[in-house]
Design a protein around this ligand. Structure first.
Ligand SMILES: Cc1ncc(C[n+]2csc(CCOP(=O)(O)OP(=O)(O)O)c2C)c(N)n1
Length: 245
């Protein structure tokens, strides 16, 4: 039997904040007090909570349609987010973005699947050489979008400081992954010569420890890269590399 996971107070506070924020939204939704649809991240709180302390304030975070946890792990502002979702005073971006389209400092989200990745690659290209990285969250169900592959191609070719977090929850909102994804995310990453680190855990400390070297590697690569487009050196095609876990 594995030893019981220990958890830091800060992490527990964020996990509970996200969990209770989402549960409160569901209650508001049931009462007809929220407009449009509501995507909660219940059960996925541990992912942004594990990652967040590894990110710096100057890093960019691109989120998706299920982004409340991504936001709250990054910015402890549940009041601003709730006001944004409800279109009330104090809203993060004037109430025009709602649940899925947040623009706050260096945090951006979009409800359009596959939209964020090309934009994030552009931002990462701009930040190359500075040590700032760009993190993008996507779900496994978003790997049906062609823009994901155009972005991956350029991210790899230009070696931009991009961290792509795939929240592979086994379902694309309502469609099981096995019914919509041929092959695997790992094989697709390898096809673009993109480093891939599979993590299967809900233990915040374990996830963070596994992510730490990967985040450092992305940041280091980005620091070494110079801004603008570089041409890959001529040579034989390389195999996909796996980061040490
Ligand atoms: C371009 C586009 N097509 C369709 C949708 C409708 N849609 C919203 S969420 C979703 C599935 C998302 O699956 P996944 O990326 O795995 O995230 P999950 O909801 O499972 O967290 C779809 C098809 C959309 N938002 N954008």
């Amino acid at each position: 039997m594995s030893p019981p996971a220990t958890i830091e107070d800060d992490d527990l506070e964020r996990l509970l904040l996200i969990r209770h924020f989402e549960l409160a939204l569901l209650r508001l939704f049931e009462r007809g007090l929220l407009h449009g649809t509501t995507h909660t991240c219940l059960g996925q709180e541990h992912i942004p909570v594990a990652l967040s302390p590894l990110l710096r304030p100057d890093d960019f975070v691109f989120s998706n349609h299920r982004g409340h946890g991504h936001f709250l792990a990054r910015h402890l502002d549940p009041h601003g987010l709730l006001a944004e979702i409800m279109g009330r005073e104090g809203a993060l971006c004037g109430g025009v973005g709602g649940s899925q389209h947040i623009y706050h400092r260096r945090f951006l989200s979009t409800g359009v699947q596959g939209e964020s990745l090309p934009v994030a690659v552009g931002v990462a290209l701009r930040m190359a050489g500075t040590g700032t990285l760009t993190c993008v969250y996507v779900g496994d169900g978003t790997w049906g979008e062609g823009s994901v592959y155009e972005a991956l191609n350029l991210a790899s070719l230009w070696q931009v400081p991009l961290l792509l977090v795939v929240e592979n929850n086994g379902i694309a909102q309502s469609t099981p992954t096995r019914l919509q994804l041929a092959g695997s995310v790992a094989a697709r990453a390898a096809a673009f010569d993109v480093d891939h680190l599979p993590i299967d855990s809900t233990d915040v400390a374990a996830i963070r420890n596994a992510l730490r070297p990967a985040v450092a590697a992305v940041r280091e690569r980005g620091r070494a890269a110079r801004r603008g487009v570089r041409h890959a050196p001529a040579g034989p095609p390389q195999q996909g590399r796996r980061l040490p876990s």
